[in-house]
Design a protein around this ligand. Structure first.
Ligand code: PMP
Ligand code: GLN
Length: 411
């Protein structure tokens, strides 16, 4: 095997998704809806499949023409500058491949990449596989007050600035954040943007949960800030946008001078993504363009539905003494398990952190799957945050109820 595969062999999704299946656990672990995508987009997929032979063959390598066209129009209107459908967008196999292309195309041996913790776990192996060096900075709960909201977790501007060296190439941010649910405020993004501009850094902005914000929190695209358009790669996901994670359609949007390098990785690895899925996603965005901001829009309906589920889960967790941090966005909630007195009965297993052992116990003994939060940290900072576990609430009310029954019975 190549050295590239070394040190990146553990994967929290592989491990815990299998464990949840083995124990037939109620699954609030892996982040995917257990309900169907909206009818209009399922119909669009069926129509695409029933369409002519072209729907079943290769399409344009860098993105099916109707899809890049509507993505450019849709996101151009939001970000406030023109996006060229052919030059500034790459359609990918989910947000995962957009991220992979970005790291492979833009990070060189020995380059340093600043990653804000907690972070979606794949950033770390992707930096390492590109030969780069991850440099971590944790969001920290503000001191001196009870932490109730993800908004209370903040970056220290001084600490962030101290991480920049002559080798720093990029900063990776994720807003709304997985697993915390933090939605970065304009001032926070401006601080990051100022640093990027000052040191000529790239910004990889993972915005797969961009439609999912609650209680008035507003998602801001860092690419819309002055001086950031040319240095930001914005990553999105149709899987997350339309509750169709299995379709694996995503994209990277940036300036042509940056995206052209991502295209090189793409053309020499994947070449292109499934045509019919891209056609369906194009039709989904065409519809959403027309109803944008209206109650009819799925990008309004999904967060409205999730708002209730978020409340349900938070109330349930509070009632059993797990202190949840209320997410301002996304579809995950982390909760503090330190008050739970449980004999994990695994004295022999001291190598794993407490949250990993707790989640395994919860799956095996109680039939409820969640995700340990230290999986979203570097090894050096994970220990500080292993009192949290992550719950996913993009689930049917009956699934949330089943989880509640388990929690209430045992507590
Ligand atoms: N980024 C984040 C923050 C995620 O939570 C996920 C998981 N969906 C991805 C990227 C990958 O998205 P996709 O399923 O579109 O590859
Ligand atoms: N993004 C999803 C999550 O955070 C799933 C990722 C995966 O299964 N690889 O749960």
């Amino acid at each position: 095997h190549s050295s590239r595969t070394e040190g990146v062999d553990k994967n929290v999704w592989v491990e815990f998704t299998q464990l949840a299946a083995d124990y037939k656990a109620v699954n609030l672990g892996q982040g995917f809806p257990d309900f169907s995508p909206p009818e209009f987009i399922r119909e669009a997929f069926c129509d695409a499949l029933k369409g002519g032979p072209a729907m079943h063959q290769y399409t344009r390598a860098f993105g099916h023409p109707p899809l890049v066209k509507i993505l450019a129009k849709f996101f151009g209107r939001i970000v406030g500058h023109e996006i060229d459908p052919l030059e500034d967008i790459l359609v990918t196999v989910g947000a995962y491949q957009a991220l992979f292309c970005a790291f492979q195309a833009l990070i060189d041996e020995e380059d340093e990449v600043i990653i804000v913790e907690p972070f979606f776990d794949c950033y770390q192996p992707m930096v390492v596989m590109a030969g780069g060096k991850p440099v971590y900075i944790p969001l920290r709960p503000r001191e001196g007050r009870a932490v109730l909201s993800s908004g209370d977790w903040v970056l220290s501007p001084e600490e962030l600035a101290s991480k920049v060296t002559p080798r720093t190439k990029a900063i990776v941010i994720n807003t709304p954040n997985n697993p915390l649910g933090k939605v970065y405020k304009l001032e926070e993004l401006q601080m990051i943007a100022d640093l990027c501009i000052k040191h000529d850094l790239l910004c990889f902005s993972d915005e797969v949960y961009e439609w999912l914000t609650y209680d008035g929190a507003k998602h801001v695209k860092i690419a819309s800030l002055p001086g950031m358009r040319e240095r930001t790669i914005t990553v999105g996901s149709a899987g997350k946008s339309f509750s169709a994670t299995g379709w694996k359609v995503g994209w990277a949007i940036g300036s042509r001078d940056v995206i052209k390098h991502l295209k090189i990785i793409h053309q020499n690895s994947i070449y292109h993504c499934a045509t019919a899925a891209q056609e369906a996603v194009a039709r989904g965005f065409e519809r959403e363009y027309e109803v944008f901001g209206a109650p009819d829009s799925y990008f309004q309906q999904l967060p409205a539905m999730l708002h209730n589920k978020r409340q349900k889960l938070a109330t349930c967790l509070q009632s059993v003494g797990l202190n949840p941090i209320m997410p301002e966005g996304g579809y995950f909630m982390i909760a503090d398990i330190s008050s739970v007195k449980v004999d994990l009965n695994d004295e022999s297993n001291k190598v794993e952190s407490r949250d990993f052992r707790f989640v395994k116990w919860l799956i095996k003994e109680k039939g409820l799957a969640t995700i340990p939060v230290s999986a979203f940290y570097s090894p050096e900072h994970g220990k500080e945050f292993d009192k949290y576990i992550r719950f996913c609430f993009v689930k049917e009310d009956s699934t949330l109820k089943a989880a509640e029954d388990i929690l209430k019975k045992w507590s």
